[in-house]
Design a protein around this ligand. Structure first.
Ligand code: UN1
Length: 494
């Protein structure tokens, strides 16, 4: 029997009062990864109260000192990178090299935000009155509630918690019930770096009530959520009801545009990596290939050859390129979309089936799937599938490619393959997504640049980069009048 994975509240690893438990299982093998406490509203309340108590002292710790703890977190994550990545692969299924990348993203974010401890720039501006100074300084928001998904179980909690912490906020993390063991291992590393009790708290549970309890808790000032568009919408409504700030990161329907002058072999590398890496389970995964008529057949031939060779299996095994899907429900959803695509008249040219024989028997595996003859009106061209399914749309020129790209409700990431500088610049200007790549796939954002999307992908906030500081802080405008007399702004102008 695996050890019990507990909540981390007020600096202690504790059980939930209900004494109920849920299991986390390996999606490749069905093996038990951990038994976890199944919390409820009460544990959320305890965690929020602990975070609220810690806030008053944490916000007074000088930011460079907070940064020192984050530097230690970065170092410790480096030391534990391999072990944490293995846990991540076992629990979530992505191949080990990608799991290491997931941890590396957290290391990068810890180092980046640690450095912010000596910046956190505000503004000093002139006053309109003599002998008066004016400045703007950043303030923490308070207790922040983080609701994170399973697809980046280390990177996304890191993206959210490290910027929040460097600013002086305290944190309650509610990770996906699919990846509680990874979340607890990540929090343990933070604990071991000397984070004061109550500054970071973790609540594990399998019910939707947990997120609701966090969003509606009166002492939570801000919610940062990454997940589906449907759940994000509910979070936004609930947050509005309780008058709290909310930052949403939701679905994508990302496209790669391949023009007739593109380096096709380079494009194939980017397409395979973006569409089938992480088994298509990234917000940034490519699920639409928008290709110029002149090169379509050639590109399809190359793609099909590569797909036939893609090695699928347990992500811990060397050489495996694509792991399982997270769970049965998601596997069925993906397969359902393949049926929808066929009914809509798209032509299935590869995959389209659940893999359940031999080594695939105990896991949730799906064949990498390619649809030809997809049109923009089809559901498979509009809705996020979150699996290894790619649809090909044919276009006559760049303008049409960009128009189709921009037509969907999501607006996260787009890539364009062309050797023509003018075209690339035009694409950058006209593509309506939060991230644009030229001659690279749709995935692979770096932590010091803003991450997020337009339209229904988000609500205007960005993660990572300097933008994360905006999400997790309030501005305070400070006026210091050293004239020794009453000076009235807008009135004493002569
Ligand atoms: C996500 O899919 O939710 O750019 C995050 C990327 C990664 C992060 C993806 N750095 O694909």
């Amino acid at each position: 029997m695996k050890t019990l994975v507990k909540n981390f509240i007020g600096g202690k690893w504790v059980e939930a009062r209900s004494r109920r438990y849920f299991e986390s299982r390996n999606p490749a093998t069905g093996e038990l990864v951990g038994r976890c406490v199944d919390s409820g509203r009460e544990e959320i309340d305890q965690a929020v109260k602990a975070a609220a108590r810690a806030f008053e002292s944490w916000r007074r710790v000088p930011a460079p000192r907070r940064g020192e703890i984050l530097f230690r977190v970065a170092e410790r994550l480096v030391r534990h990178k391999d072990a944490l990545a293995r846990t991540l692969t076992q629990e979530m299924g992505k191949v080990l090299t990608e799991a290491k990348g997931d941890v590396q993203e957290a290391i990068d974010m810890a180092a980046y935000m640690a450095g912010e401890g000596r910046r956190l720039f505000g503004h000093v501006v002139p006053s309109e009155l003599p002998n008066k100074s004016a400045q703007c300084i950043r303030e923490p928001v308070g207790v922040v509630g983080l609701i994170t998904p399973w697809n980046f179980p280390v990177a996304i909690p890191a993206w959210k918690s490290f910027p929040a912490l460097i600013l002086g906020n305290t944190v309650v993390l509610k990770p996906s019930p699919e990846t509680p063991v990874t979340a607890a291992s990540f929090i343990k590393i933070i604990e071991e770096c000397g984070m004061p009790p109550g500054v970071v708290n973790l609540v594990l549970g399998s019910s939707a009530q947990l997120g609701e309890a966090l969003v509606s808790h009166p002492e939570v000032a801000l919610i940062s959520f990454t997940g589906s568009t449907a759940t994000g919408g509910k979070v936004a409504v609930a947050a509005a009801t309780h008058h709290k700030r909310v930052a949403l990161e939701m679905g994508g329907k990302n496209a790669i545009l391949v023009m007739e002058d593109a380096d096709l072999d380079l494009a194939v590398d980017g397409i395979i990596w973006s569409a089938f890496g992480t088994t298509g389970q990234r917000c940034t995964a490519c699920s639409r290939l928008i290709v110029h008529t002149d090169v379509k057949n050639q590109l399809m031939k190359k793609l099909l050859a590569r797909l036939a060779k893609l090695r699928i299996g347990n992500g811990l095994k060397p050489g495996i390129e694509m792991g399982p899907i997270i769970n049965r429900a998601q596997l069925e959803k993906v397969h359902g979309y393949v049926g929808v695509g066929q009914q809509e008249g798209a032509r299935l040219v590869a995959g389209g089936k659940i893999l359940s024989e031999g080594e695939f028997k105990k896991g949730w595996f799906y064949a990498p799937t390619l649809f030809d003859c997809v049109t923009p009106a089809m559901r498979i061209a509009k809705e996020e599938i979150f699996g290894p399914v790619l649809g090909v749309l044919e276009v006559k020129d760049l303008d049409q490619a960009i128009a189709i790209n921009n037509e969907v409700m999501q607006g996260l990431s787009t890539s364009v393959y062309t050797r023509d500088l003018n075209r690339a610049q035009r694409a950058i200007a006209d593509i309506r997504t939060g991230i644009v790549y030229v001659n690279a796939g749709t995935i692979g954002s770096e932590v010091h640049l803003p991450f997020g999307g337009m339209r229904r992908t988000g609500n205007g906030h960005r993660e990572a980069g300097q933008a994360a500081l905006e999400t997790f802080s309030e501005w305070k405008a400070v006026y210091i009048d050293y004239s020794g007399r009453l000076q009235r702004a807008q009135i004493d102008t002569d």
